[in-house]
Structures are given as C-alpha cells and as structure tokens.
Design a protein around this ligand. Structure first.
Ligand code: CO8
Length: 255
C-alpha cells in the first residue's frame, strides 16, 4: 500500500494524499521522506500549477509517529536531519493548499502550516499536544503558529496541549476557510482557479508574501514593487491585460 498517493489532474493540480489510515496518518520517517521527495519533484514540474495536500476524508495527520520517539536519543534525533524534509515543502515554489478533515495534531498541524492556504472541514480539530508527551513542537509549531495567531493564543495552544475546532482556528487566523463536507473538494476548486492563472505571477505572489512576512515593511514593499516590475517582462502579463481589454479568456503559457 502506498503511504503517499499522488494524482495530477488535467488542469495541473497535484493531489497528494497521506495514506496511513491505520495510524491516523501519523508522519513516520518513511512518510516524511516521501513527502519531501514528492514536493521536490512537484516544485520543478512545469505541468503542476498548484498542490492540494490532504489526508483523505477522516483525518489529516495525528502528528509525528510516536513510535519513532520511544527509544530515540539526542544523537539519533540530530542525525535524522528531518529539517531537510520539511525544507522541501517550505521551499516549494507552487502554491500549496492543505485540505484538512478530522485531526491535524502536532506534526500534522505543523504540516498544515507549511501550506499557503488551509481549508478545513467544520469538524476538524487542530492542536499542538506534544506537551502531553513530555515533548514540544519541533517543525514550526511554536514559530509558525506565533506568526499566524500571535503570542498569547500560541502560548495557550502549545502549553495547554488543548485542541481547537476549525471555527476557533479560523477566528484566530490559522484557517483560510471553514467548509461543511469534504475539505478536499473545496480545496480542489480553489486549486483549479489558481492553476488557471499565470504560473509566473502566482509564484511571484507566493515568494514575495512569504519573504515579506519576516522583513521590515520598507524592504518588503520594495521587494513587492520589484517583483511586479519583473512581471512586465513576461508574455503572460501582456496576454492577461490584452485578454481583459478584448473581453476574452486569457491563454497563459507560463512564459
Ligand atoms: N503516532 C503513532 N500512532 C498513532 C498516532 C501517532 N501520533 N496517533 C494515532 N496513532 C495510532 C494509535 O496508536 C492507534 O493505533 P492502534 O489501532 O494500533 O492502537 C490508531 O492510530 C488509532 O488511534 P486511536 O485509537 O487513538 O484513535 P482515536 O480516534 O481514539 O483518537 C487521536 C485519535 C485523538 C488522533 C489520538 O490517536 C491521539 O491523540 N493521537 C496522538 C496525537 C499526538 O499526541 N500527536 C503529537 C505527536 S508528537 C509530534 O507530533 C511531535 C512533532 C515534532 C516534530 C514534527 C515531526 C513530524
């Protein structure tokens, strides 16, 4: 059985599905390595314009696989260098939409936070419960959450290990949209819309938004301005504006 399933639609949307239902999609080392390999591949695949990351209809991911932690020593944890796996996801140039149904806990919540857009079913539960296991988040749970929802909500999540529903997470700013029914179906619609745009403009928007969040405002605004100026040298920019003026659908080539 494939622990990670990949399908690419005719519109250029890649659907990556975690597939360890017997372990609530817990992220063991093999799954993390496969995720990294697939993200490296998709990032440079010209046919792929957006990525939907899902755990299926029942659960997103219940965290790291705790079996990998039972006897691990500091040296073993260091030598695993799992930060390289996560970097493949955070370095991905294509927009990533996490479609979250069921639980997104610990490393599962951190995986969702590697996405650019999070769409969650209303019954989803998010949380960073590592503290309950004598652990702490280790793949951005303290830092990405801090940047998404601020210090005081983050402290409540990471120190209490409490779980939060999709509506609460959305009100705090972690979730982009809460939907009833399967979040993957809605995520696919959003991904399809994005896939219809110019790949260059989409990639520039993602890059500038992510880089800008940790920069001082003046530098970030300059970066945004320069990225916009770069787009004026693309065929897609001319096509987009011409199509609008000629009242027709643009035909973007990613050039
Ligand atoms: N690791 C390994 N196995 C798991 C995990 C997990 N994280 N979560 C669930 N499973 C297994 C269970 O052991 C069980 O296996 P079995 O059938 O053989 O007994 C099976 O999945 C089904 O689970 P439950 O019977 O517990 O199902 P419930 O519906 O009753 O509960 C929960 C679902 C609430 C998700 C519950 O399973 C749970 O609380 N899981 C653990 C959640 C957790 O503590 N997550 C944090 C893990 S630590 C972590 O993520 C550290 C991150 C550090 C860096 C990032 C690395 C990726």
């Amino acid at each position: 059985m494939d622990i990670l399933k990949l399908r690419v639609t005719d519109e250029g949307v890649a659907i990556l599905q975690l597939n360890r239902p017997e372990a609530k999609n817990a992220l063991n080392l093999a799954l993390r390595q496969e995720l990294a390999e697939k993200f490296d591949e998709l990032s440079s695949n010209k046919a792929v314009k957006a990525i939907v990351l899902t755990g299926g209809e029942k659960v997103f991911a219940a965290g790291a696989d705790v079996n990998d932690f039972l006897t691990a020593t500091t040296r073993e944890m260091y030598l695993r260098h799992t930060e390289a796996y996560w970097k493949s996801i955070s370095d991905c140039k294509k927009p990533i939409i996490a479609a979250v149904n069921g639980y997104a806990l610990g490393g599962g919540c951190e995986l969702a936070m590697h996405a650019d857009i999070i769409i969650a079913n209303e019954d989803t539960k998010f949380g960073q419960p590592e503290v309950r296991l004598g652990l702490m988040p280790g793949a951005g749970g303290t830092q990405r959450l801090l940047r998404a929802i601020g210090k005081y909500k983050t402290m409540l999540w990471v120190l209490s290990g409490k779980l939060f529903n999709a509506k609460e997470a959305s009100e705090m700013g972690l979730v982009s949209e809460v939907v009833s029914g399967d979040a993957t179906i809605h995520a696919l619609e959003v991904a399809k819309t994005i896939a219809g745009f110019s790949t260059i403009s989409v990639e520039q928007i993602k890059e500038v938004t992510l880089l800008g969040q940790d920069m001082a405002l003046d530098g970030a605004l300059a970066l945004e301005r320069k990225a916009l100026q770069i787009l004026f040298d693309t065929k897609d920019q001319k096509e987009g504006v011409s199509a609008f003026l000629e009242k027709r659908t643009p035909n973007y080539q990613g050039e």
